[in-house]
Write a protein of this length. Structure first.
Lengths: 342, 487
């Protein structure tokens, strides 16, 4: 019995030491994932695809939804994914990040129209697959696809919601706030809104267009100026994610929120909260999830299976969130559409 | 007895086991510490290498752009040297062995190649000097701009390594604690087992010692004792056996001594009796002739006065006394004893008149064997004194002598008050112990016990003496004596 226990002791000691030794031996490559912004948990290899997502805003809440979708796709497909971007809107910095991706011999780049055309074109010329989201460069030759809002559809949906609360015989006096106007995307977006609302029977007038610069404080200040200058404004169209909350902040400060119809874009937490409170009428959403998820899938399917989309410009799923569908819309945004087989 | 390994061996085993346990724990802890130190050192080496990489890239770019304008071989060599150094620094970082980081280094290597392209194009005449210069400057900036990201990668790697080390340490800690717990539990069990292996034989030996102390030499076997205790147990058992043998010898010696002492006591008692008899004899010899002459003169005077009865009584008394005085310390014969008892009975008969009747039945052919004197008279006297004296009439004392083979049986019987069973038992006890019955208050003269002891001294064990009696039914004393040839 004593010998048996002595052997048991020796065995347990050897076992404990061996177990610890194995732990030490295994540490070389076991815990190496996660250092990349949107990469896989596996270590990179020479054959592994490398996708770089050059987002217009590195850590903006709405773009973080796209990041989540991108990372999910990278994990599912075993892609080494890098999520990069400037902290504030900067086309120059985005251009450098695209050039860096080309220099690093990335396999694909996903970006947005704030990024200038030339670096994206250089990337395409260097053999890098490029897919644009949210904002398109129509003159970018060779891009695989554009996934984004259908600006006409978005404008039409906005008008339809506004028309429910503005009588037909009442004139719509509108002010628009967007993030930037240096990009054609914002120009097109504004134009689409103007066109959609101009069909209103009671009349339509766009009195002012301001820029939030992707900053809520700036947006709030601009809206205060607008309300003071144009007290007749009754419809506020916010084409930047932070603009709707900035608008509500300003109107609350002036005590005129009840008199305004406020429309927003994007389903940020702040916008959804305001929607639940009834302070904004609706918010236009497009699947930012698919900006990341489906974009990565399409590029992957193109590189590995030579699949191409039927058309370059694709709606990523534009829809309007109201108090009626606020609890159910999210699942509708995560529907993946595969590219047709080659 | 099953003998186990020695106490020394067992203690050594426990010590070796404990030492192995301590060494294991120290080794495991040392391994963890060493691993953490090595990891930290490697990280700092790589951090330094990354820093050197970016410095080197700047130098490389400087030499490259200088070469673009100068086209001097030395500048080109310097550029190539710095480029080689940059590659070497990246190789240093690769030693971390992290696959993710290695992959990232591959991206930097691509950027170095990307940087090289304008130079190759310039050498091939595909690009202009100014354009090349700007491209190099821009591409160097791109590489430089990755510094923050790559330091972050390295920091992430450090964080992950730290997390991994901590996770491994926690696993090790759990494993060590589990192993320690197991080892301590097993150690306690083994220690307990060893202790029992030592204590149990000691307890058995203690019980055995107590048994021996109380005279019980049936010792419990000592099972599974270590060799040292087994030797002690064997020695103790052997010692106990010897003590038991010695005690048996002592007991036998004590019994023998007791027998000898009883013999000596009997001898002294006999000597005392003889002394008493001699003293009585001396007292009785005080001027016996004067007594006998006086008695003879009284007898003749009574005869002359025509008092024949008194004369005969005095004659019989004188004969009885003469016999008693002459034979008190010598042997006599059965016939002389009977003659003496007849004189005694004659006197007693006159004394009790019609109340007492004596029957003497002694055939003529009875052998005249030798025997101690004055044996029958005390027995008859006892019969009168204790048996029939309380009776008022029809008291009978009989003396019957019979020969049977080579033995003579003498019976003295009375029909007096007899004795109870308890009294008879006490009397028999006195006789067995050699005590005088007078001490029990029954006899004032030469007692029954005296008679018994003198018969035993004379005949040894070759005589029989029995007393039969019932309360109110009389007493029968029977003496069986051998004829003379057998004495």
């Amino acid at each position: 019995m004593k010998k048996l226990f002595a052997m048991l002791l020796a065995f347990s000691m050897v076992f404990a030491m061996a177990a610890c030794g194995n732990n030490a031996a295994n540490n070389g490559g076991a815990d190496n994932g996660g250092a990349n912004a949107g990469g896989t948990e596996d270590g990179g290899s020479a054959e592994q695809l490398h996708f770089v997502y050059v987002s217009p805003l590195l850590s903006h809440p709405i773009w973080l939804i796209a990041k989540e979708g991108f990372e999910t796709a990278c994990d599912e497909l075993g892609i080494q994914g890098d999520w990069v971007g400037p902290q504030g809107l900067s086309s120059e910095e985005m251009a450098q990040l695209v050039d860096t991706a080309v220099a690093q011999e990335a396999d694909a780049i996903i970006s947005q129209s704030i990024c200038p055309v030339q670096p994206l074109q250089n990337a395409i010329d260097a053999g890098v697959k490029v897919l644009l989201v949210d904002g398109d460069h129509a003159d970018l030759d060779g891009r695989l696809a554009y996934l984004g809002k259908d600006l006409e559809k978005q404008a039409q949906l906005m008008y339809e919601e506004v028309a429910k609360v503005i009588p037909e015989d009442e004139k719509i006096v509108m002010s628009i706030q967007c993030a930037d106007l240096t990009s054609q995307f914002y120009v097109d977006q504004n134009n689409a809104v103007e066109e959609a609302f101009s069909q209103h029977p009671g009349g339509f007038e766009l009195v002012n267009t301001t820029l939030s610069k992707s900053d809520k404080a700036t947006g709030t200040n601009e809206w205060l100026n607008t309300f003071n200058t144009y007290p007749e404004v009754n419809v506020c169209i916010n084409l930047a994610a932070e603009a709707a909350s900035a608008c509500v902040t300003a109107s609350d400060e002036l005590g005129i929120t009840e008199d305004l119809v406020i429309v927003g874009v994007d389903d940020t937490d702040e916008n959804l909260a305001l929607l639940r409170e009834g302070k904004i009428l609706c918010t236009s959403v497009v699947s930012f999830w698919n900006y990341g998820y489906q974009a990565a899938y399409w590029l992957y399917q193109n590189i590995t299976e030579d699949r191409v989309p039927e058309q370059v410009v694709n709606d990523a799923g534009t829809m309007m969130v109201t108090q009626d569908n606020i609890d159910t819309y999210n699942e509708l945004l995560k529907v993946k559409v595969d590219l047709p087989e080659a | 007895m099953k003998i186990c390994s020695s106490i020394r061996t067992q203690i050594h085993a426990v010590l070796v086991l404990s030492a192995a346990l301590c060494i294991s724990v120290v080794l495991l802890s040392s391994t963890s510490t060493q691993e953490a130190i090595q990891g930290t050192r490697t990280f700092f080496d790589c951090n330094s290498a990354l820093s050197n990489f970016y410095v080197t890239v700047d130098k490389m770019d400087s030499f490259a752009r200088e070469w673009v304008y100068s086209r001097e071989q030395m500048d080109y060599e310097n550029y190539r040297g710095q480029a080689a150094l940059a590659w070497k620094e990246l190789e240093t970082i690769r030693t971390l062995g992290d696959s993710q980081l290695t992959w990232r280094l591959g991206r930097l290597e691509n950027m170095l190649n990307y940087y090289q392209q304008p130079i190759d194009q310039l050498m091939a005449g595909e690009t202009a000097v100014y354009e090349t210069y700007n491209m190099l400057s821009y591409r160097c900036m791109l590489i430089r701009n990755t510094a923050t990201t790559y330091y972050a990668y390295l920091a992430d790697y450090l964080q992950e390594s730290a997390d991994a080390v901590q996770a491994r340490w926690e696993k090790k800690w759990i494993a060590q604690m589990a192993a320690l717990t197991l080892l301590v539990a097993a150690g306690m069990f083994i220690s307990s087992s060893y202790s029992k292996g030592i204590l149990r034989p000691i307890q058995t030996m203690t019980q055995n010692a107590r048994k021996v102390q109380h005279g019980d030499f049936q010792l419990e076997p000592v099972e599974r004792a270590p060799s040292e205790l087994a030797v002690m147990a064997d020695a103790f058992a052997e010692m106990a056996g010897q003590v038991e043998q010695n005690i048996d010898v002592l007991k036998k010696n004590a019994q023998l001594e007791q027998i000898l002492l009883r013999k000596e006591s009997e001898r002294l008692s006999m000597q005392n009796l003889v002394t008493q008899a001699e003293l009585r004899s001396l007292q009785a010899q005080i001027n016996p002739h004067f007594l006998f002459n006086t008695l003879s003169m009284i007898s003749k005077s009574a005869y002359l006065s025509h008092d024949a009865t008194t004369s005969e009584l005095i004659d019989r008394l004188a004969q009885f006394l003469r016999y008693a005085l002459d034979k008190s310390s010598t042997t006599s014969t059965l016939r002389e004893e009977i003659q003496s008892i007849e004189n005694y009975l004659f006197i007693q008969k006159k004394r009790f008149a019609g109340r007492l009747d004596f029957v003497v039945d002694v055939p003529d052919q009875i052998p005249n064997l030798q025997m101690p004197a004055i044996v029958l008279q005390p027995l008859v006297e006892n019969a009168i004194k204790h048996g029939v004296d309380p009776l008022t009439e029809e008291a009978v004392i009989s003396l019957k002598v019979r020969a049977s083979g080579r033995r003579v049986r003498i019976q003295i019987e009375d029909n007096g008050i007899g004795m109870s069973a308890q009294q008879l038992e006490e009397l028999q006890s006195y006789l067995d112990l050699g005590l005088d019955s007078s001490s029990g208050g029954r006899d004032g003269g030469i007692g029954l016990s005296n008679v018994y002891r003198r018969l035993r001294v004379y005949f040894g064990g070759n005589f029989q003496f029995s007393i039969e009696s019932e309360e109110n039914c009389g007493t029968l004393i029977t003496i069986s004596l051998p004829v003379e040839e057998d004495v």
